[in-house]
Design a protein around this ligand. Sequence first.
Ligand code: COA
Length: 376
Amino acid sequence: MTTEAKQQYSPGLAGVIAGETSICWVDPNAGLMYRGYDIHDMGNKATFEEVAFLLLNGELPNAKQFKEFREQIAAERTLPKQVEQMMQLLPKNTHPMDALRTGVSMLSAFDKDLGDNSHDANIRKSIKLIARVETLITDGWRIGKGEKPLPEKPELSQAANFFYKLDGKVPEDWKTRMMDTIFNLYADHEFNASTFAARVTASTLAGIYAAVTSACGTLKGPLHGGANEESMKMLEEIKTPDRTEAWLKKQLAAKAKIMGFGHRVYKKGDSRVPAMREIARDLGKRAGKENWVAICEKLEELMDKEKGLCANVDLYAAPVFWMLGFEPELNTPLFAASRVAGWCAHVTEQHDNNRLIRPRSLYVGPQLRKYPGPPR
Ligand code: COA
């Protein structure tokens, strides 16, 4: 057997450039831009559909393109009957991220463009996926609670539709604006774990549904998208700002990971935190529930002092979703309803200029040894 010189490697691929992209840039110094536009300028002004169009097509839409794109998404929201029936077969305690992953996988069988990885087919399928990922979440949630899905209201934007399809109430404009901003903050983040999983799957020339199924499975983990669900559990456990310090000290002494803190790329703060913190403060005032933000701020101060670690977007997303009326199990699906735009843009970019993603590993197992013969 030949041997190879041991190569250098980076655990967790930290710092490794694994591909090129023109979709998104994460600046380690707390910046984020989509196709050259700074999220800080655009996040609380643009609608999610504008941002999704930008991610998919490379440019912002003009008024006609925007109207068409919005209408195309709204027209694709209804799930095939069989997919709805499948959701009814899932056990009632199925996590909405598992239901979503299963639903996306099943949707593939209903798309006539399934085997077509061309740019145009991928954009068509992306529009369907953006529309239907949201429906899988909202209708899946109602079905899980023993309720019927609500009739579509195609005049609603994706942000407003998310509220409406859960409880039947069309939200006030300020809530829709807030949801657009939240969706914009979550829409893409270059080679994060779920997007990378989607690109690896796409690089085998598996289709966009397979890639988004991989991404949904990857997003659920608590070190990635699942952190926003775990953060809310943590805040509920802490309960009041005055209990924060004692709680944190105990956790750190036990070497526990504190959800909503740390990031692989950002070391001086997460670019999305200031906007999410502002939304949390605004909601806290409106709802008379300012204790959640106070706990988060105390955690930020103490984590900086004790560990030199900054908060990430999921810390403030947790109380934001809670105060908007969503149960913690919906936190990661909310993230998915937005990130699906980024996943689809990345899969399209991967297919447009594909090379199989297949790294090497460093073998650390036993040296070559002789097979001793069948078991005796
Ligand atoms: N709580 C406590 N300690 C943390 C921490 C956290 N949230 N995040 C990182 N650390 C510590 C690590 O224990 C490690 O300490 P050590 O050097 O003494 O072992 C050090 O900081 C470096 O962390 P590391 O695990 O190497 O960072 P990473 O880049 O591999 O991981 C995350 C990044 C995001 C997975 C990690 O910060 C984490 O688990 N955060 C909590 C989950 C979360 O909020 N995820 C959402 C990300 S947007």
